[in-house]
Design a protein around this ligand. Structure first.
Ligand SMILES: NC(=O)c1ccc[n+]([C@@H]2O[C@H](COP(=O)([O-])OP(=O)(O)OC[C@H]3O[C@@H](n4cnc5c(N)ncnc54)[C@H](O)[C@@H]3O)[C@@H](O)[C@H]2O)c1
Length: 249
């Protein structure tokens, strides 16, 4: 029997890309997963739960639903997100607010509302999907980079608070992953620059990678599975990078 059999998790942004792969992997590991997304589809993996995580009510409802359905909560995986690209002088204020709400305030609210059950678990895990952009910046991504650096600070704080309470907190920091979020950037940049999508991928998207390939969502899910498992119990308060050598430069 898997060590994770019967344990319960919340994964946000579970309908697409990395969140979907994490949900599939944790279910394969034997966990029960509340799969939260804006419009959670019943044919997606996990127990679907629709919520707008840019609101307090959405985050509160997600934690309440997990406890109601599973009677416990052992892992919280804040993953939902989106990107907005703009020079700072033109960066729309409402896009900034929306990015901070989903990428930073939702992870805080999920920690706040889910903390007591994570402590009660005895082996609580908080695994935020941050980004290499939690550690380094890129131009035109002020909201995203600021929010992801904020998540790193949140994770460090949770790790210190959880140290005597049986809860670990870590931030998974991938470089570019093959998901709709990146595929739409490739298509948009190819159109904007009049370049082929292959050239945009190599010359623009993968420019900061030392290793010139996209990461697959399943690779990120494998890291989350490890961090949630008993073998991951010493990983707390730190970034866990899978960044194709980006931050080695
Ligand atoms: N793809 C990458 O290259 C990459 C790299 C590093 C980090 N990340 C991070 O991984 C996470 C997942 O990204 P992805 O590439 O899988 O993106 P994706 O676009 O494939 O999936 C994101 C999901 O989040 C959901 N979501 C967005 N706003 C929401 C809201 N207000 N309420 C509920 N759900 C909402 C979307 O509906 C979508 O299903 C994000 O936090 C992203 O920043 C992605």
């Amino acid at each position: 029997m898997s060590a994770l059999e019967g344990r319960a998790a919340i994964v946000t942004g579970a309908g697409s890309g990395i969140g979907r792969a994490i949900t599939e992997r944790l279910i394969a590991d034997g966990m029960q997963v509340l799969a939260v997304d804006l419009e959670a589809a019943s044919d997606a993996p996990g127990e679907p739960f629709s919520a707008d995580l840019s609101t307090r009510e959405g985050n509160r409802a997600a934690v309440a639903a997990a406890l109601e359905r599973f009677g416990r909560l052992d892992a919280v995986v804040p993953n939902a997100g989106f990107q907005h690209v703009s020079p700072v002088a033109d960066f729309a204020e409402d896009r900034w607010d929306a990015l901070l709400a989903v990428l930073l305030t939702s992870p805080f609210l999920l920690a706040k509302y889910g903390w007591a059950p994570l402590v009660a678990s005895g082996e609580g895990r908080y695994v935020a999907i941050a980004s290499a952009h939690a550690l380094v910046a890129s131009p035109f991504k002020a909201g995203y980079v600021a929010a992801k650096h904020g998540v790193m600070g949140l994770v460090k704080t949770l790790a210190l608070e959880g140290a005597t309470q049986g809860v670990t907190a870590s931030a998974v920091c991938p470089a570019f992953v093959r998901t709709p979020l990146v595929e739409s950037q490739i298509a948009a940049q190819a159109k904007a620059h009049g370049m082929s999508e292959d050239r945009v991928l190599e010359d623009v998207i993968l420019a900061p990678h030392a290793v010139k390939r996209l990461i697959e969502p399943e690779e990120v899910a494998g890291v989350v599975s490890f961090l949630v498992s008993p073998a991951g119990s010493a990983f707390t308060g730190a970034p866990v990078t899978l960044d194709q050598g980006w931050t080695a430069r």
